[in-house]
Write a new protein. Structure first.
Length: 284
């Protein structure tokens, strides 16, 4: 009998019904994103690129979107889980967590920290909310810009038992071909064993002009910092479409990791995402 193939997982994508009011961050440079992106659209892309499962990530900071994503995941088996949003700094957080305690598809939470002022991750109320995630099995996705890496490291140090996923390799200044201070700071964050890193969102930091060679120093850095067992591949679809096709991005990843061992590739292309996000004791 042939060995079972490890599913290839897109660890980071979005879904939305577009309205200008709710997605004001989609500016004229991303005008092609001003439309609906729904599970049937993603599934077509996934089939073309050879992707088996996925994790949907919040794009709006509302509990209504979280409920909607969970409903979509319930009716689309290929969506293995949802990284939603909840008001982490609110006194009502516990009630919301209780509401979703039995929903196996809610695997994590995220806040759009990149849009917040410096010091946001130091706020006591927000940190108290993160502390309440212990025992829930929920992961917290860290969405920041490079300039917030030191702050994020302090934040992670307050929660050594919480599982964290760093989104989009912390959005380095790829358009300027700059490695520092990102190179040094992400290596420092990676010393925390409870942090893994998503290989996603890179092409949208390039100013829309990029080559595989221009991305290589950033790949090299996170591979050295996190190792293959703490990296997970994601598309950031449909946002990536502003700079790359879906299948095109997956080919970039496959090209870079082609010389890695089968065990390393299995971790990066699905194994790590499954082990990190599916901590509630349920099958995907």
């Amino acid at each position: 009998m042939a060995a079972e193939t490890v599913p290839v997982i897109d660890a980071h994508h979005h879904l939305w019904r577009y309205t200008a009011a709710e997605y004001g961050w989609i500016d004229d440079s991303m005008a092609t994103l001003r439309r609906d992106f729904l599970p049937e659209d993603l599934q077509t892309e996934m089939q073309t690129a050879g992707i088996d499962r996925s994790f949907a990530v919040q794009a709006r900071q509302t509990v209504e979107e979280t409920a909607w994503l969970l409903e979509l995941a319930a009716h689309n088996h290929f969506i293995a889980g949802v990284v939603g949003w909840a008001p982490l700094a609110s006194s009502g957080l516990v009630q919301i967590l209780d509401t979703y305690a039995d929903d196996a598809k809610l695997v994590g939470l995220r806040h759009v920290v990149q849009a917040e002022p410096d010091g946001f991750l130091d706020a006591p109320a927000f940190n108290a909310g993160i502390g309440r995630l212990l025992g829930t099995g929920l992961v917290y996705d860290v969405l920041i810009f490079e300039r917030q890496l030191e702050e994020a490291t302090r934040f992670v140090d307050r929660h050594p038992r919480q599982s964290f996923v760093l989104d989009h390799i912390a959005k380095p200044r790829i358009a300027e071909a700059l490695l520092e201070p990102w190179h040094t700071q992400i290596r420092e964050l990676a010393r925390r064993p409870n942090v893994v890193c998503k290989l996603s969102g890179m092409v949208t930091e390039t100013g829309r002009t990029w080559t595989e060679d221009s991305l290589r120093p950033y790949f090299d850095t996170v591979v050295e910092a996190f190792g293959s067992q703490r990296l997970m591949a994601g598309s950031d679809w449909p946002v990536c479409l502003a700079a790359s096709g879906y299948a095109q991005w997956w080919q970039v990843l496959r090209n870079y990791f082609a010389a890695f061992t089968e065990t390393e590739r299995e971790a990066i292309f699905g194994g790590t995402a499954a082990s990190i996000y599916l901590q509630k004791g349920h099958a995907a």
